[in-house]
Design a protein around this ligand. Structure first.
Ligand SMILES: [Zn+2]
Length: 361
C-alpha cells in the first residue's frame, strides 16, 4: 500500500491542504479562504474539517504517514504553543497543536511555515542536491528557515531561522517585532509598496504615481512591472531590496558557510530586478562568499535551476531562486511527518534515557 501524508499551509488569506505521496507527488490539493477575521475557532474548524475530508478520501487507498501543518508565527515546538503571529491576530499564546489534535483525535506535526517551505525546497526544489541550506521567503513579511543535514534546524525551542528580523539598518524603519531596520522592512511585499508610496510622496516618481492612481490594487507586483519597464524610481526600490537581502545573506554565509541560500515567496519572482544588487552586496561583504563563489560567471549559475551535473563544484556557495513556488510550504508540511516517523524511535529512546537519569539523580 502506498504511503501518503497530509500537508497543511495556513496563510493569512488562504488555507491550503494537500495529500502528498512518499515521492512528493501532490495527489490532491484544496484551497479555501481563511477567514482570519472570524476568529481562530472558525479557522481551526475549517482546517480540521478540510483535513478530515482529505483523510476520508485517501485513507482507503494508502497508509497515512501523518499530518504536518505549517503555520505563520513564533511557535514553541515543545508545547505546541503559538506565541505570536502577525498574520493571525488574536492567536497569541494559543495552544494550537493541542486544539487541532483534540478536534482531530490524532497527532499532528506543527512547524513554522517558513521552516516548512525550506524543508520543501530541500526535498523537491532548489535544494535537492545539497544537505544544508538557508531559505528566505519574501511575502507579506520575510520568513526564514535553515536546514542542516536534511532536517530543519530548530534551535532551542523551534524559533531559529528568523531571517526576516535580522537588522540591516541599525536605526532604520521600526518593525512589528519591536526592532528597527529588519530586512522585512526592506524586502517584503509590504515594504516594496511602502517604499513606492514614499517615493511618490517626494514627487520624484511620476510614473509610480500614475500607476498608483490607475491601479486600485497598487502592490509590489505593480512596482515590479514598472521596474521591468526601466522606471528609475522602481528600479531603485528593487536595488534597496537586493541590498538588504545581500547584507543578510553575506552574514549568513560568513556564519554558516552553507552550500546554498534560496530565495522564495511571491517577491522572488522579481529576481531579475533585485538579484544583481543582492549578489554584488554579498560579494562585497562576505570574504567567505568570495572564496567559494561559483567558478562559472555568477550570472550563469546563480538564480537558475541547479542540477547535479551543473554544479561547478560541490564547494561553491549557490544563491538561487526557489523552484516550488507557493507549493514549497505545503510540500514541506507534508514531508514533516514522513521524516519525524523515520526518527521517531530514536527520539523516544533518547528522551526516555534522559528521564531515567533525571529520576535517579
Ligand atoms: Zn523585525
Amino acid at each position: 500500500m502506498a504511503t501518503f501524508a497530509i500537508g497543511v499551509d495556513v496563510g493569512g488569506t488562504n488555507l491550503r491542504i494537500a495529500a502528498v505521496d512518499a515521492n512528493g507527488k501532490i495527489l490532491e490539493k484544496i484551497t479555501t479562504g481563511t477567514e482570519v477575521s472570524r476568529g481562530r475557532e472558525q479557522v481551526i474548524f475549517e482546517l480540521t474539517s478540510s483535513i478530515r475530508e482529505m483523510l476520508n478520501k485517501f485513507r482507503g487507498s494508502g497508509r497515512l504517514a501523518g499530518i504536518g501543518i505549517g503555520i505563520p508565527g513564533i511557535i514553541d515546538l515543545q508545547s505546541g504553543m503559538l506565541h505570536e503571529s502577525p498574520n493571525l491576530p488574536g492567536w497569541q499564546d494559543y495552544p494550537v497543536k493541542e486544539e487541532i489534535e483534540r478536534k482531530l483525535g490524532t497527532t499532528v506535526v506543527l512547524e513554522n511555515d517558513a521552516n516548512a517551505a525550506a524543508l520543501g525546497e530541500k526535498w523537491l526544489g532548489a535544494g535537492n542536491t545539497v544537505d544544508d541550506l538557508c531559505m528566505i521567503t519574501l511575502g507579506t513579511g520575510v520568513g526564514g528557515g535553515i536546514v542542516f543535514q536534511g532536517r530543519i534546524w530548530h534551535g532551542m525551542t523551534g524559533m531559529a531561522g528568523e531571517m526576516g528580523h535580522v537588522t540591516v539598518e541599525p536605526d532604520g524603519v521600526p518593525c512589528g517585532c519591536g526592532g528597527r531596520g529588519c530586512v522585512e522592512q526592506y524586502a517584503s511585499a509590504t515594504a516594496i509598496k511602502r517604499m513606492a508610496v514614499e517615493a511618490i510622496a517626494t514627487g520624484r516618481a511620476p510614473e509610480l504615481a500614475r500607476a498608483m492612481n490607475e491601479e486600485p490594487e497598487f502592490s509590489a507586483k505593480v512596482v515590479y512591472q514598472m521596474a521591468v519597464q526601466k522606471d528609475e524610481p522602481a528600479l531603485q526600490i528593487f536595488r534597496t531590496v537586493g541590498r538588504a537581502l545581500g547584507i543578510v545573506i553575506a552574514s549568513a554565509v560568513n556564519i554558516f558557510n552553507l552550500p546554498m541560500y534560496v530565495i522564495g515567496g511571491g517577491v522572488a519572482s522579481a529576481w531579475d530586478a533585485f538579484s544583481p544588487s543582492m549578489l554584488e552586496e554579498v560579494r562585497q561583504r562576505s570574504f567567505v562568499y568570495r572564496a567559494t563563489v561559483p567558478q562559472e560567471s555568477a550570472r550563469g549559475v546563480q538564480g537558475t535551476r541547479v542540477h547535479d551535473d551543473a554544479l561547478p563544484s560541490r564547494r561553491s556557495t549557490i544563491i538561487t531562486r526557489a523552484l516550488l513556488g507557493s507549493d514549497a510550504g505545503l510540500i514541506g508540511a507534508a514531508r514533516l511527518p514522513m521524516i519525524s516517523k523515520e526518527s521517531g524511535h530514536r527520539m523516544v529512546g533518547s528522551s526516555g534515557q534522559r528521564e531515567t537519569s533525571e529520576v535517579s539523580s
